[in-house]
Design a protein around this ligand. Structure first.
Ligand code: SR1
Length: 324
C-alpha cells in the first residue's frame, strides 16, 4: 500500500523511475530487486525494470531507451563504466536525476553513488582467513574483473597477499547468467592442478557456491577453507551443511540495500538529502556463528543482526524502511 501524507513529488501521479540492471540473476539480485520494488511501491513510485542479462550492449541500449522515455529519475544497478558513463552524462544533461549502485564512474557530477562497504567486507573475511591459515598460506582467488564491487574486493585481496606473504596458486572465475554452475569446472580444474591450496577467496556468493561445490566434489573439504561475500537463504544452507568448507562471509541484507537505494533517490527527489555518496554497512558472518545460534535463514540472521535491516538508514517520517 502507498503511504499517506507524502511530500512532493510523491503526492500526485506516480513518480516514474527506470531501473536499469546489468543482471537480475542470482540470489543477491533477486532479493535486491524485490527490496527496491517494495520500497518504490510504498511511496508511489512506478518502477520500470530492465534486465540486460549481463549483456553490456543491451544495458547501454536499455539506458538510452530509459532516457528517451523522460522518466522522473533513473536507477542504474551495476554495469560497465565505458558503456554507461557517456549515457549517464546524457541523462544528467537532460536534467534526469541519476543514482547508481555498484557502478564505477570517472565523472560523478550530478549522480548519487551508492555501494556496499566493499573494502571492509573483504577485510572482514580476509582477517578471518589469516587467523585460520596464517601468513604464507597457499591460497586461490575465484573472481571476475570489470565489476566495480569485485574489483574493490580484489584490491583488498592483493594487499593481503602482499602483506601476509600469501602464495597465490591460482586465479580463476567468471560472472555469467549462471555464475555458480559455470564456476564449478573452473575451480575444479584449479584444484586438480593445486590440491595443496589451503584457502580460497571467492568474493561474490555465486562464485563462492561454485567454489564450495568444486571443493566438495574433489573431496578437499577437510583441507580447503572457502571465504565468500554476500548471504541468502541458499548460502546459509550451504554454509551450515555438515563439513561445509565455506567458513565465513561478509554481507549486507540485499533486500534492505535495494530498498535503501530507492530511499536515497526518494530523499533526493524530495530535496532532503545532501550526500552524493552512500555506503551500506555490512557484517561478517562466520559458519560458527550460524551454527552456534541455530540460524538457518536470512530472517533469523536479521533477528540476530538487526542492523542488517537498515531501518534507521536513509529514512524520514514519510519514508520508513519497508519491512522485509
Ligand atoms: C557481479 S557483482 C556481484 C556483487 O554485487 C553485489 O553488490 C553483491 O555484493 C555481489 O557480490
Amino acid at each position: 500500500p502507498v503511504a499517506e501524507n507524502l511530500p512532493a513529488p510523491f503526492d500526485g501521479d506516480p513518480v516514474q523511475v527506470a531501473l536499469v540492471q546489468q543482471s537480475g540473476a542470482g540470489d543477491f539480485f533477486t532479493a535486491w530487486t524485490a527490496g527496491a520494488k517494495a520500497q518504490a511501491e510504498a511511496i508511489n513510485i512506478e518502477l520500470t525494470v530492465t534486465d540486460a542479462r549481463n549483456d553490456n550492449a543491451k544495458q547501454a541500449s536499455d539506458l538510452e531507451q530509459a532516457i528517451a522515455s523522460s522518466p522522473d529519475a533513473i536507477i542504474i544497478d551495476h554495469g560497465q563504466t565505458d558503456t554507461l558513463e557517456p549515457r549517464i552524462r546524457d541523462a544528467v544533461d537532460a536534467g534526469i536525476p541519476v543514482i547508481v549502485y555498484d557502478l564505477a564512474l570517472e565523472n560523478t557530477d550530478g549522480v548519487i553513488i551508492t555501494s556496499q562497504s566493499d573494502a571492509s567486507m573483504a577485510e572482514g573475511v580476509l582477517d578471518q582467513l589469516i587467523a585460520d591459515v596464517g601468513e604464507g598460506a597457499k591460497v586461490g582467488l575465484v573472481n571476475a574483473e570489470g565489476f566495480a564491487p569485485l574489483d574493490r574486493r580484489q584490491a583488498v585481496w592483493d594487499e593481503y597477499v602482499a602483506e601476509y606473504d600469501l602464495d597465490e596458486l591460482f586465479f580463476t572465475g567468471e560472472v555469467t547468467e549462471s555464475t555458480a554452475t559455470d564456476n564449478i569446472p573452473l575451480v575444479d580444474a584449479a584444484l586438480k592442478q593445486h590440491p595443496d591450496v589451503q584457502a580460497i577467496f571467492a568474493p561474490y556468493d555465486e562464485l563462492t557456491k561454485g567454489a564450495v561445490q568444486a571443493v566438495i566434489q574433489n573431496n578437499l573439504q577437510d583441507s580447503v577453507k572457502v571465504y565468500g561475500i554476500d548471504i541468502s537463504n541458499a548460502d546459509i544452507e550451504v554454509m551450515t551443511a555438515g563439513g561445509s568448507p565455506w567458513v565465513a562471509t561478509s554481507a549486507t541484507d540485499p533486500a534492505a540495500v535495494g530498498a535503501a537505494v530507492v530511499r536515497a533517490l526518494a530523499l533526493s527527489l524530495a530535496g532532503e538529502i545532501e550526500e552524493t555518496e552512500v555506503q551500506f554497512p555490512a557484517v561478517t558472518v562466520t559458519q560458527q556463528f550460524l551454527l552456534d545460534n541455530g540460524i538457518s535463514n536470512v530472517a533469523a540472521l536479521r533477528d540476530a543482526e538487526p542492523g542488517l535491516l537498515l531501518n534507521d538508514f536513509l529514512t524520514a517520517d514519510w519514508l520508513p524502511a519497508v519491512s522485509q
